[in-house]
Ligand binder design. Structure first.
Ligand code: ADP
Length: 381
């Protein structure tokens, strides 16, 4: 038995807004996505009232989750600040959780230069020493493949590692890891990440259909990612690798601004176009005071799977040159190789399936470069 939109609305009609109006009459609900027992929607409110709405959000989520036939319910609170209105107060530092209220406001009012880093407003994630982003200026450059293999490289260096697939527009971690299960909830109703290859893994793809993700607007994306960060029982991690949505638009900027990032890795292919995009990525992180840990050149050269000959079909070396010019570290170059593609697409990432091979060594070297830069944040040998 699967629940319908109308059944969800019937339940929400019994929940009251902070002003005592039925939720269904308060003009705050997004379109409700209900398919296959998975329900997702957002409550869109004025930022000034967002605090008061958090308990309503929690009540709505609990009520929908309790409906027969519902396997997953995720309710995001998104807050749009009215032009000219005062910013919402920052969350209390000890809260350890955010209510998903700041992001949209930050999105409308970029951090003014010279003010304190927006990250100082961000509560750290309990138990997680360092959160890093893997980003790219555009899709299809191998960002997700790099994020997963980098996470595995960090694991091989003896670190406890998690992977959060925040690529809301096209979550690929279910494909790259072969994981399809739904996360269970712990006693505190936090989601327990799935485990594979020794990593704690969470993806929006475990929760909603891909088509649902495609229609999300920026603030909804932010709220969903914030909840995946905070409402997941990550346990103790040295590094949480966040696979960002590709691009440098508002949603990405807001994410970069509101996730407590210790640094970012930019993935680029050697083609000029994607280097231009990579430069935009660098600028974006600079704007929000997130240090760029370095650039990775993916599909750097073609390596023949039969004879091992290297061909620089894309004009290899552009990213290294660009990194030098921009004064950011160059972390390494990964060849375009069948083994990387086939292992990725079969859910057996190359660092795990061919640990003694040349590609695993490259990813581990990149991971070493990242680890070295995080030394202040994580306790490493
Ligand atoms: P993105 O996250 O940037 O959209 P993906 O990681 O999903 O990109 O990669 C896109 C495609 O390219 C996938 O089929 C993946 O297997 C393949 N791919 C990524 N990196 C490499 C590589 N170095 N060599 C060969 N194929 C690769």
């Amino acid at each position: 038995m699967s629940v319908t939109q109308q059944q969800v609305l019937d339940v929400l009609g019994r929940i009251k807004s902070p002003r005592g109006v039925a939720l269904t009459n308060a003009d705050v609900l997004s379109v409700i996505s209900a398919s296959d027992g998975k329900v997702f929607f957002s409550i869109n409110v004025d930022a000034a009232e967002a605090r008061a709405w958090e308990s309503v959000r929690a009540e709505a989520e609990a009520a929908v989750r309790a409906m027969p036939g519902v396997t997953t319910a995720m309710v995001a609170l998104t807050a749009e600040r009215k032009p000219g209105a005062a910013p919402p107060p920052p969350p209390p530092p000890a809260a350890g959780r955010t209510q998903g209220v700041q992001p949209a406001a930050a999105h409308k009012h970029p951090h003014p230069p010279g003010a304190a880093s927006p990250m100082s407003r961000q509560a750290e994630i309990t138990g997680v020493a360092a959160v890093i982003a893997v980003a790219s200026g555009k899709g299809g450059v191998g960002k997700s493949t790099t994020a997963l293999n980098l996470a595995l490289g960090l694991r091989d260096l003896g670190l406890k590692v998690g992977l959060l697939d925040a690529d809301i527009y096209g979550p690929s971690v279910p494909r790259l890891t072969g994981l399809r299960d739904k996360p269970e909830l712990n006693a505190e109703r936090k989601m327990i990440p799935l485990r594979r290859f020794g990593l704690a893994i969470m993806s929006i793809g475990f929760l909603v259909e891909e088509e649902t993700a495609m229609i999300w607007r920026g603030p909804m994306v932010m709220s969903a990612v914030t909840q995946m960060l905070r409402d997941v029982d990550w346990g103790k991690l040295d590094v949480l690798v966040v696979d960002m949505p590709p691009g440098t638009g508002d949603a990405q900027l807001t994410l970069a601004q509101n996730v407590p990032l210790k640094g970012a890795v930019i993935v680029s292919t050697p083609q000029d176009l994607s280097l231009i995009d990579a430069r935009r990525g660098l600028a974006m992180f600079k704007k929000v005071n997130v240090p760029v840990l370095g650039i990775v050149e993916n599909m750097s050269y073609f390596q023949c799977p039969h004879c091992g000959t290297k061909s620089d079909i894309f004009g290899h070396g552009g990213a290294r040159h660009e990194a030098d010019k921009l004064g950011v570290p160059f972390l390494g170059e990964i060849p375009l190789h069948m083994a990387i593609r086939s292992t990725s697409d079969a859910g057996n990432p190359v660092v795990d399936s061919e640990p003694d091979g040349p590609h695993a060594a490259i990813y581990r070297a990149i991971a070493g470069g990242v680890r070295d830069q995080l030394k202040g944040a994580i306790s490493v040998a």
